[in-house]
Design a protein around this ligand. Structure first.
Ligand code: ADP
Ligand code: MG
Length: 581
């Protein structure tokens, strides 16, 4: 598919290792394949015997061959069944292993990895790339083994019958192989192009399906349709070209075959007339040539399979070998957060290693303090929150909780003690109850109700016919943005964290409810450290201290009334947010 020079050398070794990991299964497949191939190559020989007997008029002896053919066919059928089952099993066991490994490794990887790679790419690697490897190991390898066995057996049988005719026949093979070698790459290039156009086409359909609201609202239907039509036409043309080429290649292969057969008719015929060989020999050779035609064509096909598998191996190992940047240090410990003091010391952070979002941030949040981070979009508020959780690590500087560097905590222990509600809410396709109790599965319904009340979502849940057992997410009840946000607040409260971080988690809740939620939370969580990221005035009025962030730096801080009077940036933000009150 792709030019092979893109593939580093060690990829072949990785693929080989995958193949060898199934050597037992492949050996069984090889034995069964050999039986199937061996019986196939015997048939022309049996035909030869039968023809010779016929020619000699010994019709009564043919019975033996007739029965033998039936018996061999039955054996071959059984072996072929076994071969197919085993090769399918081999392929599927690879699929099973690879998908498991990919999934497990994705869980290990840090967020930075997911910033760099599109989710579509990950899905493609776990699905179609894995399939390419399955096809190579499950079908390609057995098919290659089959080709080799067929050749060896057929040539051996031909040599037994007649050496001279064998040499004549084999002299045609180099020509066929050359033809395959030159025509297949071109064909493959065509296939690659039409695949590319195909994926552009599917992307266009996906865009239309996901963006249908926008497309309709802006009356862009015609634009998208004509775009799609042109892709469709391109695909149509490319596919026609491919088909035409295919329509030339296959018959040309046939041409070589029949040329060889013609030579055998003529030369073999001459020798048969002179009594050198029998008529049965000529018939057997004709059959062998027809027989070997297929494996030769399959060589090209298997080269394609092999190259696809190489590309797929590279793409899959790109994921499997990606190292999580954020991980437990060897001496990481389970540390209990007792007080909830948070300190940023000269923290520099960049997502891409070039543009720094935080440039030497110093920040101290006292135990039990309720602070609000506010500031323009893109100023770095969410980044600060994610660094506390160690979803990313800063390039320079330290973040301390109760005086301990967050890197000294075991990741699990750190994250378990911090309740974070992210900007974008994710609900699992499960019941409301399970979505709330997600971090603590053995929770009683009373506890679930208690946090739901705090998050001001209990009344809504109770109004649903199935209450807490209502399914949300796919094919479940559709919740509004604000309802989803409140559910995820309840989820964060459920784990009873020492530190709570709410990142714009009420942006879709109306201002009155938001203030009510924070009022409840601030009363309930006195003593816990709470960080609220918000632009909403009623909430800003509730907190102990407001920290205004702009461009990754703290520009001013204080209480609401202080900042309104003396602040520089804050009053401007406040004006911009006036409609929110
Ligand atoms: P805020 O929460 O204040 O709106 P963020 O912390 O989300 O701001 O973003 C700060 C800056 O970092 C922005 O310029 C944003 O584009 C950038 N940024 C945020 N998340 C990522 C990411 N995952 N990868 C790259 N850049 C990011
Ligand atoms: Mg944000």
């Amino acid at each position: 598919m792709l030019p092979q020079n893109n593939i580093p050398k060690d990829v072949g070794r990785k693929l080989l290792k995958l193949v060898l990991s199934r050597w037992k299964l492949l050996t069984v497949t090889l034995i069964l394949t050999s039986i199937v191939s061996y019986i196939s190559t015997i048939f022309p020989y049996l035909t030869r015997e039968a023809v010779n007997l016929l020619y000699a008029g010994k019709i009564e002896d043919i019975w033996f061959y007739a029965v033998l053919v039936v018996v061999l066919t039955i054996i071959q059928g059984l072996a072929s069944y076994g071969k197919n089952v085993f090769s399918e099993y081999t392929g599927q066991s690879i699929v099973y292993e690879l998908r498991n490994r990919i999934y497990a490794h994705l869980n290990e990887l840090s967020l930075g990895f997911f910033d760099r790679i599109e989710s579509g790419q990950i899905i493609a690697r776990a699905t179609s790339d894995v399939e390419d490897i399955r096809r190579f190991i499950g079908f390609g390898i057995p098919s290659i083994l089959n080709i080799i066995v067929m050749f060896v057996f057929s040539i051996a049988m031909m040599l037994i019958i007649d050496v001279e005719l064998t040499l004549v026949t084999l002299s045609m093979f180099p020509l066929m192989v050359l033809f395959v070698r030159y025509s297949i790459p071109k064909y493959r290039a065509y296939v690659a192009m039409s695949r590319n156009i195909y994926s552009e086409m599917t992307t266009a359909v996906k865009e239309a399906a996901t963006g249908i609201k926008v497309i309709k609202s802006y009356v862009l239907g015609d634009y998208f349709a004509s775009n799609f039509r042109s892709k469709l036409l391109e695909y149509f043309n490319m596919d026609m070209k491919t088909s035409k080429l295919r329509a030339i290649i296959w018959p040309s292969m046939g041409w070589f075959v029949y040329l060889t057969i013609a030579i055998i008719y003529w030369y073999g015929g001459l020798r048969a007339i002179s009594g050198d060989i029998t008529i049965g020999d000529v018939v057997a050779f004709t059959l062998y040539i027809l027989f070997l035609n297929r494996p030769i064509m399959l060589i090209g096909y298997n080269i394609v399979r092999y190259q696809r598998a190489l590309v797929a191996t590279k793409r899959i190992f790109d994921i499997l070998e990606a190292e999580p940047e954020v991980r437990d240090l060897p001496d990481a410990e389970d540390i209990e957060i007792k007080r909830g003091n948070i300190r940023f010391e000269n923290v520099w952070f960049s997502y891409d290693g070039k543009n720094y979002v935080l440039k030497g941030l110093n920040l101290e949040i006292k135990p039990g303090e309720i602070v609000a981070l506010t500031g323009p979009t893109g100023s770095g508020k969410s980044t600060i929150a994610q660094l506390i959780m160690r979803l990313y690590d800063p390039q320079k500087g330290r973040i301390l909780i109760d005086g301990v560097d967050v890197k000294r905590f075991k990741l699990e222990s750190l994250r378990r003690q911090i309740g974070m509600v992210h900007q974008d809410v994710f609900l699992f396709p499960d019941t409301i109850r399970n979505n709330i109790a997600f971090g603590a599965p053995d929770t009683s319904i009373e506890d679930v109700v208690r946090v739901a009340k705090l998050a001001h979502i209990h009344d809504f849940i109770s109004s649903l016919p199935k209450g807490y057992d209502t399914n949300v997410g796919e094919r479940g009840v559709t919740l509004s943005g604000g309802q989803r946000q409140r559910l995820s607040i309840a989820r964060a409260l459920m784990i009873n964290p020492k530190i709570i971080i709410l990142d714009d988690s009420t942006s879709q809740v109306d201002a009155k409810t938001e203030a009510a939620i924070y009022d409840a939370l601030t009363k309930h969580f006195r003593g816990k450290t709470v960080i609220v990221i918000t632009q909403r005035i009623p909430t800003l009025k509730l907190v102990d201290r407001i920290i205004v962030i702009s461009d990754g730096e703290i520009v001013e801080e204080g209480s609401f009334s202080d900042l309104i009077e003396k602040g520089k940036l804050f009053p401007k933000l406040f004006k911009a947010g006036r409609e929110e009150i």
